[in-house]
Every structure is written in C-alpha cells, then in structure tokens.
Design a protein around this ligand. Structure first.
Ligand SMILES: NC(=O)c1ccc[n+]([C@@H]2O[C@H](COP(=O)([O-])OP(=O)(O)OC[C@H]3O[C@@H](n4cnc5c(N)ncnc54)[C@H](O)[C@@H]3O)[C@@H](O)[C@H]2O)c1
Length: 255
C-alpha cells in the first residue's frame, strides 16, 4: 500500500483574520501548514496552537516588503517540509483615501505587499510545483479590485493588479497542472475592516451590525466563509478552474 502524501500549504498573512481561518482549515484537512506573517511571536504562537490541537504547522515569519524573504521563502518551505502543493497569497494591507491624500509611502508599501510579494512568491513557487507535477495557488484579491469602491484608490489599484496577474498566470501555467485563481471578497469581519471603523471613531461591533443590513444574504462574511472558498479552489474538486476571479460577496454589489 502506498504511503499517503501529506500535502504542504504556504499561507501568507496567516495571523490575520482570513489567514488564521485558512491555517486552521488546512490543518484540519491534514495538511502541513507553513505559516508566514510579519510578527515572529504571533507566527510562533499560531504554530504552537495548531500543533497543540493535533495539526502540523511550521513558522516562517518575515516581512513581505523584503525581496530576499519573498524570493527565498518557497524554497525554504520545500527544503524544510519536503514539497509545496498550495500557496495562498493572503497577506495584504489597505491604505484608505483619495489620490490627493496618498503619500509615496502609502503607494510603495501597498504595491510591495499586495502586488510585488505575490509576484515574487509565485515566481519562486512555480518551479517547485512543476517538480511535483502541479499545485494550486490562490490570491486573495478583492471585489474592490474588480469593481472599484469609493476613496480607496491605492487599495483598488493593487487588487486590480493582483486580479490581472491571476488571470494571466491562470492561463500561462495550466499546462503544468498549476492552477492559479483569485478569491475576491467584499467585506469580511477581520481586523482590517474593524480598524477602519475604529480609525473613524466608530464602535466596530455596532458598525458591523449596520453593515450586515446592506448585504442581501444578511451578514458580512466571516473569515471562515472565505477560507471555505479558498480551500475548495485548491482542492481536487476544482481541478478544471484556472485563472478565475471568484467573487464572494453574499450578493452585495460594490457601490
Ligand atoms: N477584510 C476585508 O473586508 C477584506 C475584503 C476583501 C479582501 N481582503 C483581503 O484579504 C486578505 C486578508 O485580509 P484580512 O482582512 O484578514 O486582514 P488582516 O489585517 O486581518 O490580515 C492581514 C495580514 O497580512 C499581514 N501583513 C501585512 N503586511 C505584511 C508584511 N509586510 N509582511 C508580512 N505580512 C504582512 C498582517 O500582519 C496581517 O496578519 C488581504 O489581502 C485583504 O486585502 C479583505
């Protein structure tokens, strides 16, 4: 009887709202989770939590604005864990406001984390996936990258770039059995959304209750509802899906 292969998934931004849901979900599916995020202590803490819960997780903390970190991370994961089957480019940041309020630093940082890091990670991952006859990559873009929302010029621009990158790559690498897709959520109940309310002096729970009324399905997404779709796209059941932008929005259009 052949031994079952334990698949390996690399999740960036794994200590954030959607990232944690992804890390726990993949661990529950029996995959080894390579946890990447900025804070070494948070990454170590999450790895311990998953390992204590019976899963397998290994910490790979680092800053995605560091080009060397991005270029070398997939190979480090392969060297330490034997292979890399799935990459989820989930890390991201949101700088708010119109172009006239945007600084050079806002633009450079957003491009580095939301666009350049996925570019570098995917470039380094594809040869490693090719060696094992395939793999799956999901980029967490945004509905706002497909239908720009108001007053988030830089964020929408970066997510549109990531969406375009996904469509190009989905086409270019399907012949290697490497499927590349994007999930485009609308609002999700995570620190990214909640801090936006807090910056404006609003109570995040109250603001989310109000926001829930604007969603046809009745509530904004919980991180697990996004993780479910990502997990599907990286599963064998999605083996024919390449270069798709999957909007996950509870029926709510961007306006
Ligand atoms: N929350 C939403 O409403 C929403 C909607 C659409 C898309 N998204 C996207 O989903 C993804 C996850 O967002 P979230 O809502 O869970 O946000 P979050 O802020 O909870 O998590 C983002 C994570 O990315 C990490 N990160 C940021 N900069 C980094 C860097 N330089 N190096 C390494 N890691 C870095 C952060 O440390 C954090 O853990 C993001 O790409 C975001 O743009 C979120």
């Amino acid at each position: 009887m052949s031994q079952q292969i334990k698949k390996v998934v690399l999740v960036t931004g794994a200590c954030g709202g959607i990232g944690k849901a992804l890390a726990h979900k993949y661990a529950a599916h029996g995959m080894t989770v390579a946890i990447a995020d900025l804070s070494e202590s948070k990454v170590n803490h999450l790895a311990i939590q998953i390992n204590d819960g019976g899963g397998t997780a290994v910490a790979f903390s680092g800053d995605l604005t560091d080009q060397d970190y991005c270029d070398s991370l997939p190979l480090k994961v392969e060297q330490q864990l034997g292979r890399i089957d799935v990459l989820v480019n989930n890390a991201g940041l949101m700088r708010r406001g119109a172009i006239t309020e945007a600084s050079d630093e806002d633009f450079a940082l957003s491009m580095a984390v939301n666009v350049e890091a996925p570019f570098r990670l995917i470039r380094a991952t594809i040869p490693l996936m090719e060696k094992i006859d395939g793999g799956a990559i999901v980029n967490i873009a945004s509905c706002w990258g497909v239908h720009p929302g108001p007053n988030h010029l830089i964020y929408c621009t970066t997510k549109a770039a990531l969406a375009a990158m996904t469509k190009c790559l989905g086409r270019d690498h399907a012949h290697q059995n490497i499927r590349i897709n994007a999930v485009c959520p609308n609002e999700v109940n995570t620190p990214m959304l909640r801090t936006g309310f807090e910056i404006r002096g609003l109570d995040a729970d109250d603001a989310i209750k109000t926001l829930n009324d604007s969603v046809p399905i009745g509530h904004i997404a919980e991180p697990e509802e996004i993780a479910d779709v990502v997990a599907f796209l990286t599963s064998d059941e999605a083996h024919y899906i390449c270069g798709s932008l999957v909007e996950v929005n509870g029926g709510k259009a961007v306006y």
